[in-house]
Design a protein around this ligand. Structure first.
Ligand SMILES: CC[C@H](O)CC(=O)C(=O)O
Ligand code: MN
Length: 336
């Protein structure tokens, strides 16, 4: 197997968990630590990708270009990636990010919508970037559908396609089937991005590796949307035990997670009732903060909103449904 590539996305997925409040100084400090630890790819952007700072996705406290500039200034031999969600970001932002000096663009869509990504892969390639396709909410589709979508991305110029467990809803068998099918169908790298709603982020990542994944994601201390991600330092410790070579320095990761990341948590990252309900019902983790706000506003149980969103198969971009559902449930409660 070619060397496993770990992407640390603390400074992107972790941004959801701190209400998009990272400062350029903080980004510079964490990137320096990850570089010193030899992490090959470091993702930096608003949690919802380039141009994600909006009323719907949550405003950032700092200019995203300044965050990316700070990451690039400290990157040395590591690569800086940014996430891009078509419709939230547009082509000019890809050009700006490439001009600042990012190396990798990760293009994320709902896992049945790869056909909207062609112009963005083409722009990224024209701008000299490596590209990753991110098939979000991969638990909602069987392996065969995901493989078709991944093949489209490969034909548009993707260098790697990820199975993304956005809701933390997959169990190891489901991960293995999906990753194995992509491996069989593609001639590019296959990746896996986990969330921990069912307590399986590390286990599922190992299942992905066993099924042939070449790239995997983690975040320091697991900082990320909803129940968080696979903690990078735990992942590296497990990989060391399994004798899977990453070239990453575990001590630096452990110290950084403990001393710099743990103090920025705004709430404890535990699998609480809402996180578990989201994983169980297959609801997108980035919805959770909005769900909690709506539940508090209308005095209803967040789990009832999560379950209804699950029944409606809500996907990324349908954040407006959260309020609709909350209002409907509150009205029903009044009628009773
Ligand atoms: C809004 C993009 C999203 O957070 C991407 C991601 O990390 C996921 O779907 O898990
Ligand atoms: Mn994620």
């Amino acid at each position: 197997m070619s060397k496993l590539l770990v992407t640390d996305t603390t400074l992107r997925d972790g941004s959801h968990a701190v209400s998009h409040s990272f400062s350029p100084e903080f980004v510079g400090e964490i990137v320096s630590k990850l570089v010193a630890a030899n992490v090959p790819i470091i993702e930096v952007s608003h949690g919802a990708g380039l141009s994600g700072s909006t009323i719907q996705q949550g405003f950032s406290t700092h200019d995203e270009w300044k965050l990316i500039e700070s990451a690039v200034a400290n990157k040395k031999d590591s690569k800086i990636a940014s996430l891009f969600v078509p419709g939230i970001g547009t082509r000019p932002e890809i050009i700006t990010a490439a001009n600042i000096g990012i190396d990798v663009l990760r293009i994320a869509v709902h896992c049945t919508e790869a056909d909207v990504t062609q112009q963005y892969f083409e722009q990224a390639k024209k701008s000299g970037l490596e590209t990753v396709g991110f098939l979000m909410m991969s638990h909602t589709q069987p392996a065969s559908v995901l493989a078709e979508q991944a093949k489209l991305m490969e034909s548009y110029g993707a260098d790697c396609v990820y199975i993304v467990d956005s809701a933390g809803a997959l169990v190891p068998e489901g991960v293995r089937e999906r990753v194995a099918k992509l491996k069989e169908s593609l001639s590019i790298n296959v990746g896996f991005h986990a969330h921990n709603n069912l307590g399986l982020a590390i286990g599922n990542t190992i299942a992905a590796l066993e099924a042939g994944a070449n790239q995997v994601d983690g975040t320091l201390r697991g900082l990320g949307a909803g129940a968080g991600n696979a903690p990078t330092e735990v992942l590296v410790a497990v990989l060391n035990k399994m004798k899977i070579e990453t070239g990453i320095n575990l001590t630096i990761l452990m110290d950084t997670a403990e001393e710099i990341i743990a103090p920025v948590f705004q709430y404890p990252l535990v699998i609480d009732r809402d996180n578990l309900a989201a994983g169980y019902a297959g609801v997108y983790n980035s919805f959770l903060l909005h769900v909690r706000e709506a539940a508090a506003k209308f005095n209803i149980n967040p789990v009832s909103i999560i379950e209804e969103l699950g029944r409606r198969h809500a996907v990324a971009g349908q954040e407006d449904w959260i309020l609709d559902v909350a209002i409907e449930l509150a009205q029903k409660q009044l009628v009773r």
